[in-house]
Write a protein that binds this ligand. Sequence first.
Ligand SMILES: C[S@@+](CC[C@H](N)C(=O)[O-])C[C@H]1O[C@@H](n2cnc3c(N)ncnc32)[C@H](O)[C@@H]1O
Length: 216
Amino acid sequence: MHNYKHRQIKKQEIKEKYSRFARWYDAVEAIPEMLGLKKLRKRLVEKASGMVLETAVGTGKNLIYYSRDCDITVSDFCFPMLEVAVKKAKRLGLKARFVISDTENLAFCSGSFDTVVDSFGLCTFYDPIAALKEMGRVCNPNGRILLLEHGRSSREWLGRWQDLRADKHERQFGCRWNLEPPKLVAQSGLKVLSIQTTFFGIFYLIEAAPVIENKT
Ligand SMILES: C[S@@+](CC[C@H](N)C(=O)[O-])C[C@H]1O[C@@H](n2cnc3c(N)ncnc32)[C@H](O)[C@@H]1O
């Protein structure tokens, strides 16, 4: 696995990259979305309930799938990405709060949300463990953390190919595509409740709870 601490680029560069990507992000992602990501997004978000925080929301690709009963807050540290999400929510007639916030240092009180959602954030966070810890902090103790992530393929030949190109890919897109999301979640101290993988073991749907229960 790529060491999550070994970065090719600085956090400010990640923000600048996504500020530049914002205008064409949805167009470039249209093909993978049609090939199956939409279904995964729907499966992720249909488990959300109550007070919901979606972090690193990007252009708001999940917004369409939330139940109208959810009370939604979304955040991202990149203003141009969030701007696209605001327009999308307006078109959908969806009420949500939009907050500029760094997922590694979330601007919310502990235990404020019943569900915390993140899709394709772990690969871009400068410190994904800090981000996961923050998701756990702002989630209430009985709440759920729902993740849709991508990582190093479970097929060794493909994983090795990703490893070879990982540094270049990160410098180009700010995304580390050979992390192992289940290991990061376990390292962060969150309790993993379920993991589903698909597409050559690249995509992960992970359900987690805020803290590991004490075994007495
Ligand atoms: C690959 S995009 C994913 C966007 C969206 N969640 C999706 O599923 O399409 C990564 C997003 O993470 C945001 N991001 C990266 N690091 C962040 C951080 N530390 N805090 C908040 N947002 C961050 C970027 O601005 C970008 O919008």
